[in-house]
Design a binder for this molecule. Structure first.
Ligand code: ADP
Length: 556
């Protein structure tokens, strides 16, 4: 695209896309929508009108603690009503909602809170042990507000005040004069979970969140509408729960939160009791749900569709949900840096059944506003011809232009940007009609004899074997070929596939040299804090001799 031009001013109002406006809209016109928090002992439910009053109480409470516009207020919480209140109230008062990941190592949580200079942390009582482990090193935190339990559980360092959320809010007025906020102001911050190194901060603006929410609601996005009951299983501390909480305010959709009940048996009970029409989670969650669902059948056809992403969705999983349980999985691709949505895999007009599946196996079509290009290893652009591979680079109104850098003398991730484009670190190809197929993350692709083997392709195909529950592929060092693939396999209960059978299963889809000669049968694939295969841990385990490796001939 050429340089930006502005030949004539328009007559349009300069009304700002602020989350205060979104809060007033959702909790006003859609006041009868509800936020529910499920637990194994019952569901708590409030209306959006109540949510508006709670958000006002929270804003008043935070102001009474000295929080000013621009200050960072962190959350250390599950997906629940109080977290939704924080999403609604904190940016609307002009402060910055910082979603801290409760599953990080304490040192990482400390690093992130200090880097973001969090002033207040709102923490769920059930995660106080994790918070206590991280708190001593946090230098900027002045207040801890505890939800859903006794605040006495906080080991507060000197100078840190502890409050009971309910008591604090009950003492506040239930209205707030929400400010007129510049749409380019920071609204929320999220750090990448560090799958690829030190956590890096992304700071979303009111405008970027507003525009992203429109995409979540759009028919070509997640299609969240006023008739929906939405179940976001993807955590609100990870990539803003894929933008779903704000989309529910925009659409006036009811929302049901799973709190800490994320195991398949609980998810299925929640589905039976609340009958949501839409849900979103990473593949690992759906793999667990499917296993239980196949064992103990249950009607889940109340789900209009579910959106799955965060890592590659195995085609076998999509088929199983569609063919055995009547629910379509729509794959999405994105990253924290892109708010996170960039593509969704709806089949295009005119595709016959087979073609539609092929499109749905891709990571999806780019959303309007997202511009993409492919760059090869020599920094040359490659065409979107459906074949040429390159690293995907992105521009867009809800893609970040940099990582949060409070101290210019300590630059953060400048190498992840290329002349205004975000380098995603994902390798893939793009069709002329805008569908992206990921081959791998650049650091996960297996480089064997100068050629590439996609770890994702291997995993998908191994997981398509009926005896296999989960499979993760990594490259292991090889003197002759540089790297060779190793697949760690979790087998289904009662099954015991041989290496020969698994290799034979791959033989129709892969060239001989691509078929792994090293296999390891494991109890579980290690996962990151957000439920992705943790290949860093798997590689380390291999290097330390912690994996029993079975060769192609079955020898150990
Ligand atoms: P991280 O895992 O680095 O902490 P994110 O949660 O933001 O950060 O993950 C973004 C990455 O997840 C993408 O760059 C991509 O590698 C992977 N990813 C997301 N969705 C998909 C998908 N549908 N298929 C394959 N990979 C995906």
């Amino acid at each position: 695209m050429s340089d930006r031009i502005l030949p004539m001013q328009s007559t349009m109002q300069d009304e700002q896309m602020s989350l205060a406006t979104l809060l007033e809209y959702g909790t006003g016109w859609h006041g009868d929508a509800t936020v529910a928090t499920w637990s194994d002992t019952g569901t708590r439910r409030i209306t959006f009108s109540d949510l508006g009053r709670e958000a006002a109480r929270l804003a008043n409470a935070l102001r009474s603690l000295g929080v000013k516009p621009g200050d960072r207020v962190a959350t250390f919480m599950w997906n629940n009503t109080e977290h939704m209140t924080a999403y609604a109230g904190i940016p609307a008062m002009g402060a910055v909602l910082h979603t801290l990941n409760i599953r990080l190592f304490p040192e990482q949580a400390t690093f992130i809170a200090n880097h973001a200079a969090d002033k207040v942390i709102i923490a769920d009582h059930s995660v106080l042990p994790q918070l206590n482990a991280a708190l001593p090193g946090m230098t900027t935190v002045r207040h801890i507000v505890v939800t859903n339990g006794d605040p006495a559980g906080v080991d507060a360092p000197h100078g840190v005040e502890v409050h009971d959320y309910r008591q604090l809010l009950d003492a506040q007025p239930d209205s707030y004069a929400w400010p007129d906020i510049d749409e380019r102001a920071a609204a929320a911050a999220c750090y990448t979970s560090g799958t690829t190194g030190d956590p890096k901060g992304v700071v979303y603006s009111h405008r970027s969140i507003w525009l992203h929410s429109l995409q979540v609601c759009a028919s070509y996005g997640m299609g969240v509408s006023p008739t929906d009951t939405v179940l976001p299983i993807v955590p609100m501390f990870h990539a803003m729960s894929w933008g779903i909480p704000y989309a529910t305010l925009m659409a006036g959709a009811s929302v049901v939160m799973p709190d800490r009940f994320l195991q398949p048996e609980y998810v299925l009970r929640l589905l039976a009791e609340e009958r949501p029409t839409f849900a979103a989670a990473v593949p690992a969650v759906w793999i667990g749900v499917l296993q239980r669902l196949d064992a103990v059948p249950q009607d889940i056809s109340h789900l209009r569709h579910v959106v799955v992403g965060g890592s590659a969705v195995p085609p076998s999983l999509m088929r199983a949900f569609s063919e055995r349980h009547g629910v379509d999985i729509i794959q999405a691709w994105g990253m924290t840096e892109i708010s996170p949505l960039a593509t969704l895999a709806w089949a295009p007009r005119g595709a016959d059944a087979d073609e539609a599946w092929r499109y749905r196996y891709t990571q999806g079509r780019f959303l309007p506003g997202i511009r993409a290009r492919l760059v090869d290893a020599d920094d040359r652009l490659v065409p979107p011809d459906g074949e040429s591979l390159g690293e995907i680079e992105i521009r867009g109104p809800w893609a970040t232009a940099s990582y949060y850098t409070p101290d210019e003398s300590k630059p953060v991730g400048a190498d992840k940007f290329d002349d205004g484009w975000l380098r995603t670190g994902d390798i893939g190809k793009v069709t002329p009609n805008g569908y992206l197929t990921l081959v791998d993350r650049s650091k996960d692709v297996i480089k064997s004899g100068g050629e590439w083997i996609s770890s994702v392709d291997l995993e998908n195909e191994v997981m398509a074997h009926p005896d296999v529950l989960e499979a993760a592929a990594i490259g292991i060092p090889d003197a002759k070929w540089d790297e060779r693939p190793l697949v760690a396999v979790v087998v289904r209960e009662g099954a015991a596939p041989s290496v020969a059978a698994l290799r034979e299963h791959l033989a129709t889809k892969f060239a001989k040299w691509q078929i792994p000669d090293s296999w390891s049968f494991v109890d579980a694939v290690p996962k990151t804090s957000v439920g992705k295969f943790d290949k860093k841990v798997l590689r380390a385990r291999y290097a330390d001799g912690g994996l029993v490796v079975v060769g192609a001939d079955g020898s150990v």
